[in-house]
Write a protein that binds this ligand. Structure first.
Ligand code: SAM
Length: 230
């Protein structure tokens, strides 16, 4: 059995099975936590997976002080944390030496940040508030890398993904779900139909406009404290 990893979303079972490791998962959504717990049906799952309900903003408040991890992941969620930087600082402290962090996350496009008019910026801030993204989390890829290094991560790699594939793909997927539900007469409530349509529209917009950059972020902890170089 490999050393434990921490997962901040609901993919704990897949991670445990694939990597044969112990997993701790955190979600702030009570219903998600309850459903995920109900899936821990066997003693193998119960022994190897711990699911916590609470915020991943600050891992020190969520986890017993002795807990350390080889890997910490946050897939499609760190941009919601208040703030992502507090999460990364606490994650750094909780990693074993040579342990690493991996995220799917979002950055803001440098051109949009620097060239947007005050009105555009206010609209963008309103959208971020509405979808619970603290404005401090929206930084460019370069600024993201600097924050990671300031926290102490080394070998930082940030891969920029094609927004048309990521957001455009999500938009098409929401559209498909809507079309399938309508075609086969699957009962979908009005609020869910509106949700599917609005999500498809918003992700379509993000896919076509150079505002946000979907990114994969990696970093390794090679020293206990912030490293100033040789
Ligand atoms: C956009 S969804 C991504 C879901 C993910 N891609 C998946 O398939 O499960 C964002 C997720 O982040 C979680 N989240 C947001 N803020 C959080 C926080 N402060 N602590 C823990 N989880 C949080 C939410 O519960 C939600 O499930």
């Amino acid at each position: 059995m490999k050393k434990p990893r921490i997962s901040t979303n609901r993919n704990a079972i897949e991670i445990k099975d694939h990597y044969k490791s112990k997993v701790t998962g955190i979600t702030n959504e009570l219903s998600q936590w309850k459903i995920a717990n109900e899936r821990l049906t066997s003693s193998d799952l119960k022994q190897n997976i711990t699911l916590l309900h609470g915020s991943a903003d600050d891992l020190n408040q969520m986890l017993p002080s002795k807990d350390r991890f080889d890997y910490i992941t946050s897939i499609d969620s760190a941009y919601h944390y208040n703030t992502r930087w507090h999460f990364l600082e606490s994650a750094f402290k909780r990693l074993n030496l040579q342990g690493s962090i991996g995220l799917y996350d979002l950055a803001i496009a440098a051109d949009f940040l620097h060239k947007a008019s005050p009105i555009q910026k206010n609209i963008f801030k309103f959208v971020c508030d509405t979808v619970s993204i603290p404005i401090q989390n929206l930084v460019t890829v370069e600024e993201y890398e600097e924050h990671m290094e300031d926290i102490g991560f080394e070998d930082v790699q940030i891969e920029q993904l094609d927004r048309r594939l990521v957001f455009g793909g999500l938009s098409r997927s929401f559209d498909q779900q809507y079309t399938t539900a309508m075609k086969y007469g699957i009962g979908v409530s009005l609020s869910n139909r509106i949700f599917l349509k609005v999500s498809s529209f918003l992700f379509g917009l993000l896919g076509s406009k150079p505002w946000l950059v979907p990114i994969i972020v990696k970093g390794v902890k090679q020293h206990e404290e912030e490293y100033d170089g040789p």
